[in-house]
Write a protein that binds this ligand. Structure first.
Ligand code: UDP
Length: 261
């Protein structure tokens, strides 16, 4: 598959065209951003880990029937994905209250929610991804009622599956963000899960110590982000227990790959 020109560059990923108009290449960068781009840094090796972790989660979700954009991982930093028309909404799913909801609504940090809660945010960096209601989605035609019904069913299945998957390796799934897109399948629009699922987009706490194993290490200046993401990958069985992936090793691995192309 030939890599074509850059179509889009986001905060953590770049999308390149391919010779197939329905497929694109998704490249995982090392850039970390938070608080609507006000805090920025480059964390060497983050993209490599997110590529692997996201591939693992999305391929497991495929196996339980959640259609998604992943076709295959190409190398340390790239995946072939289906080109989808992204619904301009960030779907945030919360099992335990932390982060923005605690500040916004005065809910105590760590409150276990009776049911998983879905929040909708408009995907618009200039506006700071504002929280919206479901009715906003219909009023402004961001998605149809039928699409949101399908998305919600997918979200609850994804959440159930991911809670179990992480629980099995001693991790609590606190909250996460999903994106969905439309693709044509035999001339009909179909909704698929898009974007990445990784410690950049999920809050993951060690089940016993509640140590944060996610992007909050960057947001809150806790340090040791790469060891935390590596820990997630090791526990999921993506990296061997013995492998000691430091930022330096990950960078070396990715440059070896580049040279061997
Ligand atoms: N999240 C994300 N991208 C965003 C905003 C949120 O992936 O642009 C994820 C975030 O990692 C967390 C969940 O969505 O797992 C809920 O985030 P929250 O609104 O609490 O974010 P905060 O404002 O605290 O960063």
């Amino acid at each position: 598959m030939k890599k074509g020109k850059k179509i889009y560059e986001g905060k953590a990923k770049i999308i390149y065209a391919t010779s197939d108009k329905n497929l694109v290449i998704q490249y995982f960068k090392d850039d970390a951003t938070a608080f609507n781009n006000q805090k920025k840094s480059i964390i060497e090796g983050k993209g490599v880990l997110n590529n692997r972790i996201s591939e693992y989660i999305l391929s497991n979700l495929s196996q339980i029937g959640i259609k998604n954009h992943l076709v295959k991982r190409l190398n340390m930093r790239e995946q072939i994905i289906k080109l989808a028309e992204i619904i301009p909404i960030e779907f945030v799913i919360r099992n335990i209250a932390t982060g923005s909801i605690t500040k916004r609504l005065g809910i105590e940090d760590g409150t276990v929610l009776r049911e998983p809660l879905i929040e909708y945010c408009l995907k618009d960096d200039a506006l700071g991804d504002p929280l919206i209601s479901e009715d906003h989605i219909y009023t402004f035609d961001w998605a149809t009622r039928n699409e949101i019904e399908k998305v919600k069913k997918m979200i609850f299945r994804i959440n159930d599956f991911m809670i179990g998957m992480f629980r099995g390796v001693g991790i609590k799934l606190i909250d996460f963000k999903l994106e969905f897109g439309r693709v044509k399948n035999n001339g009909k629009n179909e909704i698929i899960l898009a974007d990445e699922i990784s410690p950049d987009t999920c809050r993951l706490w060690d089940s016993i110590t509640e140590k944060k194993l996610d992007k909050d290490r960057f947001r809150k200046d806790l340090g040791d982000l790469i060891p935390a993401y590596t820990e997630v990958a090791k526990r999921l069985g993506i990296l061997h227990e013995q492998s000691n992936i430091s930022a330096v090793n990950v960078t070396k691995l990715s440059s070896v790959k580049k040279k061997s192309k």
